[in-house]
Design a protein around this ligand. Structure first.
Ligand code: SF4
Length: 443
């Protein structure tokens, strides 16, 4: 039998980059390690182990990961440095070449961290463990908490699409998920632990249940039937072709699902969508927005867009802007394209110069601000429910309304993790949130 006492009271530091999925997975790793005796190092305390969970969505993400590793190495000179996540899966040798990295673990191996730690001898040759991603079939559930209020539940992993600019399928493998029963049980556990709001996350969550003959719609219905009162679910990013009208209509009448959608568009022209190998047309996307706004006029809709892909001429970008301008949406998440090795898009010759990519990004950021301001201003005077968060800024606290408006009120500790019915007032001084106009009673 393996002696686990070697880990008792060992101090560990976690550093996570990238998406909510990564945060959920770091949490799952943290849980495993704490069960074996590891404790989180306090600020200014030396650590025995550093775990960096990386992202590799762009060049900038890679560079941030390298900087984080180097900084942690300086801060914790004696710690074992373990690097995992998408960057580690895609470019393990590049990570191993960074001075001070002891162990590189791929996307599947990160969940077996204890096994690798037991074997590791600090200062010996660096070790790299990384399975062939195409062989990974197992789904590993995870859940994380960002505030005392909001939980991120991983319901799906990997992606079986092959968008021409994206390396995620190479880093995370094919689409997979747990069963409906297992996933509902994981949500129940988060609620029992105090969650008031659960965000369903994944790489391509609309693909949930594909291997078990279940569907994402089944999951939405099963979660909505949970008997608890005063709980909220949000759907994180979902591909427009997988967001069915049935799901939208069900959410509109549901008990627990919030009027909030996040849908990747990526480009507002069919030519660019074809280059990107996306699974829909801009007409389908526009229909989804119309359906949401018909069913849920107050819904918040966030939309991802990528600027500067290969083949995006000035004309295509302009047409894309015009299309987005006419969509009744609340916010854009703008990403600037960067070349990723191994992707199909590199076969396209036409390149957008870097300064032009930045210019396009700035244009869409400005458009996003206009859309968000206009959405917020239309909601002033509406009655909604806010879940107050624990973060305190000077004498203020904030929370999100059901339709994802950031709301501000004077700090009151008793309100943390409480739902409150309020009326939305005017902008706060920084124009970053709406104030509470009038309290309608505690829920
Ligand atoms: S849907 Fe496309 S962009 Fe999204 S993870 Fe899958 S391959 Fe990447």
């Amino acid at each position: 039998m393996i002696d686990n006492s070697i880990f008792n009271n060992k101090k560990v530091v976690y550093h996570t980059l990238g998406c909510k999925l990564n945060f959920a997975e770091t949490s799952a790793i943290g849980k495993q390690l704490s069960e074996e005796g590891f404790v989180k190092a306090r600020p200014a305390e030396q650590a025995d182990l550093c775990i960096v969970n990386t992202c590799s969505v762009t060049d900038v993400a890679d560079s941030k990961c390298r900087q984080a590793i180097k900084k942690l190495r300086r801060q914790y000179p004696k710690a074992i440095m373990v690097v995992t996540g998408c960057y580690a899966q895609l470019k393990p040798q590049e990570i191993a070449a960074i001075e001070g990295v002891d162990l590189v673990l791929g996307s599947n191996e990160k969940f077996d961290m204890l096994k690798f730690l037991r074997d590791l001898e600090v200062g010996e040759n660096k070790q790299i463990h990384r399975a062939d991603i195409s062989q990974i079939k197992q789904f590993r559930p995870s859940c994380s908490q960002d505030d005392r209020t909001r939980y991120f539940l991983k319901v799906q992993d990997g992606c079986s699409y092959r968008c021409s600019y994206c390396t995620i399928p190479f880093a995370r493998g094919r689409s997979r998920s747990g069963t409906l029963t297992e996933t509902v049980e994981a949500a129940r556990k988060a609620l029992a632990a105090g969650a008031k709001e659960i965000v369903l996350t994944g790489v391509n969550i609309g693909d949930f249940g594909r291997g078990t003959k279940e569907s994402f719609f089944d999951l939405v219905q099963a979660l909505d039937q949970l008997p608890e009162e005063d709980i909220r679910f949000r759907i994180s990013s979902i591909e427009p072709n997988l967001l069915t009208d049935d799901i939208i209509r069900y959410v509109a009448r549901s008990r627990h699902f919030m009027p909030h959608f996040h849908i990747p568009l990526q480009s507002g022209t069919n030519e660019a969508l074809k280059i990107m190998k996306r699974h829909y047309t801009r007409e389908l996307f526009a229909d989804k927005i119309t359906c949401i706004k018909h069913e849920l006029p107050h819904a918040f809709i966030g939309v991802d867009v990528i600027v500067g892909i290969r083949g995006e001429t000035d004309e295509l970008f302009q047409q894309s802007c015009d299309f987005i301008q006419n969509l009744d949406i609340s916010q854009l998440h703008v990403f600037t394209y960067s070349e990723r090795s191994g992707t199909k898009m590199l076969e396209i010759e036409h390149q957008v110069p870097i300064p032009e990519r930045k210019r396009r990004s700035e244009i869409l950021h400005r458009l996003s601000d206009q859309k968000t301001n206009s959405f917020y201003e239309k909601q002033m005077g509406q009655t909604t429910q806010v879940l107050w968060e624990s973060r305190r800024q000077e004498d203020k606290m904030t929370g999100f309304s059901s339709n994802y408006i950031r709301v501000e009120r004077p700090y009151d500790r008793k309100r943390i993790n409480q739902l409150e019915t309020i009326r939305l007032g005017n902008w706060n001084d920084e124009k970053s949130a709406l104030r509470v106009e009038e309290t309608g009673g505690r829920a």
